[in-house]
Design a protein. Structure first.
Length: 193
């Protein structure tokens, strides 16, 4: 049995040793700082910090849920946009390979890049008609994905999650229907910019 063959016990031991060293490297500075720093509490250290501005109110103030909804929607749509990049790489290379004017050497290099092969000489070049089919499939894939994103966006919009002042507008509509609203000749204050 040679030295470099896989040994589960040695591998597990090395993994545990690596984890112990990593945890030790993380804990050592934290513990060292905890033991060495002076314990000097003061009112100013316990105050809320708002980017150098004087604090207004306490730290227990609740944010409006709309901030979280908008942040969550931004993250969802931002992550979905990240899925376009791998598609764009494949679509771009398939579009290049679909050209019939491409030389054989160029076709072989682009085929190697598309297939993820390091050895360009070992790759069989992708034919123009096969690349055209891949191009059409990739385009249909993008259209389906984009359609799902648009359906999700339409749902969020229809539900009113993008309407920032919908709670105030609904409250104003209820007051107007009940007769508690402003007189008919006066204009109600606008909350939009």
């Amino acid at each position: 049995m040679d030295y470099f063959s896989f040994r589960p016990v040695l591998f597990t031991g090395a993994l545990f040793l690596f984890a112990a060293v990593a945890i030790g490297m993380l804990l050592a500075p934290l513990l060292l700082g905890w033991f060495l720093r002076p314990h000097n509490p003061s009112k100013e250290k316990g105050d809320i910090y708002e980017c150098g501005e004087p604090t207004i109110g306490g730290s227990d103030a609740q944010f409006d849920i709309r901030f979280y909804v908008v942040a969550l929607l931004f993250i969802v749509f931002d992550v979905e946009i990240a899925f376009f990049f791998p598609w764009a790489v494949v679509f771009g290379k398939a579009t290049t390979l679909a050209k019939s004017t491409l030389s054989e050497g160029q076709r072989q290099h682009v085929s190697a890049a598309l297939l993820g092969e390091a050895d360009v000489e070992a790759v069989t070049p992708v034919a123009a008609d096969a690349a055209g089919f891949l191009q059409r499939v990739a385009l249909m894939d993008l259209l389906v994905f984009f359609g799902v994103v648009l359906v999700g966006f339409a749902y969020v919009w229809k539900r009113g999650d993008l309407d920032w002042v919908r709670a105030m507008a609904r409250e104003r509509a209820v007051k107007t229907a009940a007769g508690d609203g402003p007189p008919s000749g006066t204009k109600s204050p606008s909350l939009s910019v």
